[in-house]
Design a protein around this ligand. Structure first.
Ligand code: SAH
Length: 231
């Protein structure tokens, strides 16, 4: 087993690298990858840079070049569900691409031929996350995450994504990472801590809460890793 831990931005992986303390840095395909042995298990860690293209490249590289056999994503997201507040954790049950649109040909949003509107995350890791949450005394919510190459700071767009995809949160990488892991048969787990409400105040909220929310998510993901290495 080799576990990939991925984020999109430096702030999302910094708490993980800090916890590991010792790691080696490898430069590859225009990015930095960090390798470490944690409790006897090999890890590869990286932040991809923002968006679907960079996250696709990084997830693929972690699997195809570094040999990762499981992938966990840790990061922040905008809330769609009014029940999700800043700092709350959401685990993706399935993910979609909200900006994928060939509806002109009669297809639904998020769909291209031979693809699927939703890609499902690994059930075993979702079940494990419930146990981890109980152990940590934390509440996590399961839900649908919608991904697109847009920072959504607009109530109307957010509500449309919520309605069209039944999504509870939105971000810019999960849906593409899901496609990669699904195609390469690598079980994946996508966790996000809320940084904003994807409304007109989203950029201010994001700037204010990025670091604390990223830490919330990273701490939880490392508890997941603890479970995986102990299993
Ligand atoms: N402040 C950054 C840009 C952040 S983009 C800069 O200037 O460099 C937002 C990042 O956080 C993405 O990686 C995305 O996955 C996540 N995210 C958080 N809130 C979001 C929102 N409201 N819409 C889209 N992505 C969001």
């Amino acid at each position: 087993m080799k576990i990939a831990i991925m984020g999109a931005m430096p702030e999302e992986v910094a708490p993980i690298l800090e916890k590991l303390g010792e790691y080696s840095t490898i430069e590859y395909a225009g990015n930095k990858y960090y390798e470490a042995t944690y409790k006897g298990v090999e890890l590869v860690i990286a932040y991809s840079k923002i968006g679907k293209v960079f996250s696709t490249l990084t997830a693929t590289t972690m699997i195809e070049h570094f040999g990762a056999t499981k992938l966990l994503f840790s990061g922040v997201a905008g809330a769609i569900s009014p029940e999700l507040k800043v700092g709350d954790l959401i685990v993706a049950t399935k993910l979609s691409q909200h900006d994928l649109d060939i509806t002109a040909f009669g297809h639904p949003f998020g769909y291209v031929p031979e693809g699927a509107v939703f890609v499902e995350a690994d059930e075993a890791m979702i079940a494990m996350s419930k146990e981890v949450a109980t152990e940590m005394g934390k509440t996590i919510r399961e839900g649908i995450i919608a991904t697109g190459d847009q920072f959504v700071a607009n109530e109307e767009r957010k509500n449309w994504i919520g309605k069209e995809f039944g999504a509870d949160a939105l971000e810019m990488e999960g849906g593409s990472v899901a496609v990669v892991c699904d195609a390469l048969s690598v079980p994946f787990f996508i966790l996000r801590a809320i940084s904003d409400a994807a409304d007109m105040d989203a950029s201010f909220s994001f700037d204010e809460f990025l670091e604390t929310s990223a830490v919330e998510s990273a701490e939880f993901v490392m508890k997941m890793v603890d479970r995986l290495v102990a299993a």
